[in-house]
Design a protein around this ligand. Structure first.
Ligand code: NAD
Length: 476
């Protein structure tokens, strides 16, 4: 059992009724256990954050920036332990675990810089009317609850934690019950840096703990990343209390491949967009739209590339793709394989669980998938790619936009004018042209339609934790 909750600057044991097993998905075996936080402990965490707020929000921006730089440095000092833990608990290949760590480090560094620029944002507003002066003041939203999923634990938490602390908010973070140990690093770092008690609190647990946090009336804002079904519950709690919410939800994103592409290069982009993190990405490009003129050449090469991927235990083998992170996810993906069989889909690769211990599935490709197939419309969250052909640019845009989600898209074309035109027409939050899943801390993250509300990263990620105040004075 691990002491796993960080409340008011102290590590405490869970007093909740749920017991959480932390699993190695490559073996399908638990390697740690912890007790969830109780509802009373969630309350203690929110109370601690409330108590810490007046002093924290009045720290200077440069003081907060120094703490954020400390987070970046200390993450670097824990590099090997954090990479290994992600490999063991998420099943990430080493190079992916390394990139996640680098992303988290870059995020803290970036928001340290933005924090330092904050004083210059509090400035006079030129008024057309005579006789008055006005100034802007960007204030922290207050106490924020942060609820995150398991697929990129270090990263998703960093994208919320760093801007929230930079803005002067205090925080209660609830990591996913699937990966509850990884974000403990943030509590350990807070300890090591001497972050004032209560500024960062971490409570672990399942749905009950998440609901206790999202329903808590002591929060000023809730920022949630996760599924649409839980996101809508979180939004209901926010609406009951009329308080702001940021939602980063699911996706069913398109990758559009025009017939002027180099086939080999396109195959690389397509494979990466669906097999990175074993396809467990909100931004997985799981709907392939391929133009008629290239489809017959591309699909067999894609099939071969998926079949050649090395799938295995990242801790003991050289792999391109690890297992799915949880048994629940493995069962869900297996359910979609069964649906594909019932629907009579044409399977060009995979379509089955691997016959070995652990929660592995084969990288999968279905071709000519009907538009009304559940596999074409629903988020699967696994390495399952569905393909359709298109004739014209207009048709590609219409099919890509024909989704209740709108998170990201990829456009592959040698004709850059066309690629930019298509990017502009896509109803999503982020488009990649001739690249794949390249996320930079300076650009925004978030979706349109059912993919969520609000943006993370960049200056927009900081604004999400700020409240705008104006002070207007009569000069007469
Ligand atoms: P999930 O919604 O099941 O869980 C997310 C978090 O919510 C977990 O911490 C969980 O414990 C908590 N939770 C569960 N029930 C709750 C409740 N009733 N009230 C409050 N909190 C509750 O999602 P998941 O399975 O962990 O993650 C996968 C989903 O996350 C996918 O849909 C994926 O697309 C989405 N996701 C989105 C982004 C993005 O940036 N848009 C990034 C990563 C993942």
């Amino acid at each position: 059992m691990t002491t796993s909750h960080y409340i008011a600057g102290r590590w405490v044991e869970g007093q909740g009724s749920d017991c959480i097993s932390v699993n190695d998905p490559a073996l399908g075996q638990p390697f740690a256990e912890l007790k969830a936080a109780s509802v009373a402990q969630v309350d203690q965490a929110v109370t601690a954050a409330r108590g810490a707020l007046p002093a924290w929000k009045n720290t200077s921006a440069s003081e907060r920036a120094a703490y954020l730089r400390g987070f970046a440095e200390q993450l670097g000092q824990r590099r090997e332990a954090l990479i290994t833990l992600q490999m063991r608990n998420n099943g990430k290949p080493r190079h992916e675990a390394e990139i996640d760590l680098e992303d988290a480090i870059a995020t803290f560094g970036y928001y340290a810089e933005l924090a330092e620029q904050l004083p210059s944002k509090n400035r006079d507003v030129p008024l057309a009317a005579p006789g008055f002066s006005a100034r802007t003041r960007l204030e922290p939203v207050g106490v924020v609850g942060l609820i995150v999923p398991w697929n990129f634990p270090l990263v998703t938490s960093a994208w919320k934690l760093a801007p929230a602390l930079a803005a002067g908010c205090t925080v209660v973070l609830k990591p996913s019950e699937v990966t509850p140990l990884i974000e403990q690093a943030y509590g350990q770092i807070a300890d090591a840096l001497g972050l004032p008690p209560g500024v960062l609190n971490i409570v672990n647990g399942k749905a009950e703990t998440g609901a206790a946090l999202s329903n808590h009336n002591g929060l000023d804002k809730l920022s949630f990343t996760g599924s649409n079904s839980v996101g809508s519950q979180v939004m209901r709690s926010a609406s009951a209390q009329c308080r702001p919410v940021t939602l980063e939800l699911g996706g069913k994103s398109a990758i559009v491949v025009f017939d002027d592409c180099d086939v080999g290069q396109a195959v690389e982009w397509i494979v990466a967009g669906i097999t990175w993190n074993a396809g467990q990405m909100c931004s997985a490009t799981s709907r392939l739209l391929v133009q008629d003129g290239i489809a017959d050449a591309l699909l067999p090469r894609l099939q071969a590339a998926l079949e050649q991927l090395r799938v295995g235990n990242p801790l003991t083998e050289e792999v391109d793709m690890g297992p799915l992170t949880s048994q629940a996810q493995w069962l869900k993906v297996a359910g979609y394989f069964a649906t594909a069989r019932e629907e009579g889909l044409q399977c060009l690769a995979g379509g089955k669980a691997l016959d070995r211990e652990g929660w592995f599935v084969s990288p999968t490709l279905y071709a000519d998938v009907p538009k009304d197939s559940r596999l074409w419309t629903e988020e699967i969250f696994g390495p399952v790619l569905c393909a359709r052909r298109f004739a014209t640019e207009e048709q590609a845009i219409a099919e890509a936009n024909d989704s209740r989600f709108g998170l990201v898209a990829t456009v592959c074309s040698a004709d850059l004018e066309r690629a930019e035109r298509v990017a502009d027409a896509l109803e999503v939050g982020h488009v990649w042209i001739n690249s794949v899943q390249a996320v930079f801390v300076e650009t925004s993250w978030g979706g349109t339609k059912g993919s969520g509300i609000g943006r993370e990263l960049g200056p927009w990620g900081l604004s999400a934790y700020q409240s705008v105040k104006h002070v207007t004075r009569c000069l007469g």
